[in-house]
Design a protein around this ligand. Structure first.
Ligand code: UD1
Ligand code: UDP
Length: 357
């Protein structure tokens, strides 16, 4: 039996092609939800839109400091795994849920499969980098999206026969949902947005939004972009970021369209029709690359260097001047790059690798 552990928005989206495949093949599998994300628009909406089964186990861990949250997930998952005894535990990405799930499993001598293995920002101040490195080193299967991510793991001494280059399941998820998302195009009208006539923004990275100075700079840059290009700026706001804006009492110009986090289908519409996307999200860097929409990443480094190499994305510092300049640069680029994240059959390759080992 395969147990799938998930807990946050990107894990639900990127695990969805694997869950669908296991379900369609009528395989023996089990879903364990940590409850790291729990608000309707960060969690349940994705199960509904992607028509995913309700998890058999829901741990309800909620928010907290890193140690506290990771410990609660670890304890809860260990209990489920001792009871259910799956052969393999699959985790996806780099969140606290991923590392806790992998650690609980490996201590019980259950094989861990890490989906999206081998990514490295080489920035140990990021909690995600710690989670990725540790998870890779305790995994039995490393499902690397690209050759580059495979090389990262090999360079750290991980045996190459544990590593499978599969592509990223986000390509599967985009392909499976893009046509369905077309039916939600009316979503643009709700906010008066025209195709290629607006900037889309997301920001939630701890290093950016838990720093008052950086967050204020970002909001300032958005105001400048709004004025300079006379284009709406739409910002579906992550709960962490909303909380920080309130706590720091930052003023958001009424010209910036703050909206609640959207479902995946609506977000695909927003991304696919934007003139350019500004983000610090990992998944959004990949999706803009897949959808051929220019991206400016509000970070000094990225664990998705493939997007920089193909020319879909650039990194920028966080001063308003740097952000505005980066946007200017990307707006002049051609958008005919090739997607480096695979052919949309990552889920199949992952499941096949587990079965044929
Ligand atoms: C987490 C992941 C991050 C991932 C992101 C995806 C870690 C260390 N971080 O960051 O890698 O990119 O998810 O979105 O695992 N909150 C709510 N409702 C929710 C969830 C969170 O209101 O459903 C608020 C709470 O105030 C919470 C804060 O957001 O304290 C942060 O949530 P948390 O899960 O700790 O981190 P994320 O920033 O979501
Ligand atoms: N996303 C969404 N609604 C939003 C913002 C993002 O559905 O309002 C999706 C997006 O399409 C991508 C994923 O959430 O697939 C990215 O999640 P997030 O940025 O929270 O995390 P990260 O990828 O940085 O770990």
């Amino acid at each position: 039996m395969i147990a799938i552990v998930l807990g946050t928005r990107p894990e639900i989206i990127k695990m969805s092609p694997i869950i669908r495949l296991l379900r369609d093949n009528q395989e023996d599998y089990l879903l364990i939800h940590s409850g790291q994300h729990y608000s309707y628009d960060m969690d349940k909406i994705f199960f509904e839109e992607l028509e995913l089964p309700v998890p058999e186990f829901y741990l309800d861990v909620g928010s907290g400091n890193h140690g506290e949250q990771t410990a609660r997930i670890l304890t809860g998952i260990e209990r489920v795994l001792m009871q259910e005894r799956p052969d393999t535990v699959l985790v996806q990405g780099d969140t606290n849920t991923v590392f806790a799930g992998a650690l609980a499993a490996v201590k019980l001598h259950i094989d861990v499969g890490h989906v999206e293995a081998g990514l490295r920002s080489h920035d140990r101040r990021m909690p995600e980098e710690i989670n990725r490195v540790l998870t890779d080193h305790i995994s039995e299967y490393l499902f690397a999206p690209t050759q580059e991510s495979r090389n990262n793991a090999v360079l750290e001494g991980i045996p190459s026969d544990k590593i499978y280059v599969t592509g990223n399941t986000i390509v599967d998820a985009v392909q499976q949902n893009l046509r369905i998302a077309e039916d939600r195009r009316g979503f643009l009208d709700e906010y008066g947005l025209k195709t290629r006539g607006y900037f889309l923004v997301t920001a939630h990275r701890q290093e950016n939004v838990d720093d008052k100075f950086r967050l204020r700079n970002l909001l300032k840059a958005l105001e400048i972009l709004r004025d300079e290009y006379s284009m709406p700026v739409v910002f579906p706001i992550h709960p962490r970021t909303r909380r920080r804006i309130e706590e720091y009492q930052l003023n958001v110009s009424p010209d910036i369209t703050l909206i609640p986090p959207t479902g995946f289908l609506e977000f695909l519409v927003l991304e696919g029709n934007a003139r350019l996307v500004l983000t610090d999200s990992g998944g959004v860097q990949e999706e803009t690359c897949i959808l051929r929409v220019p991206c400016v990443t509000l970070r000094e480094n990225t664990e998705r260097p493939e997007t920089i190499e193909v020319g879909s994305n650039i990194l920028t510092g966080i001063t308003p001047g740097e952000i505005v300049q980066a946007v200017g640069t990307m707006l002049e680029e051609e958008t005919n790059w090739t997607n480096p994240f695979g052919d949309g059959r990552a889920a199949q390759k992952i499941v096949d690798s587990i079965h044929t080992r």
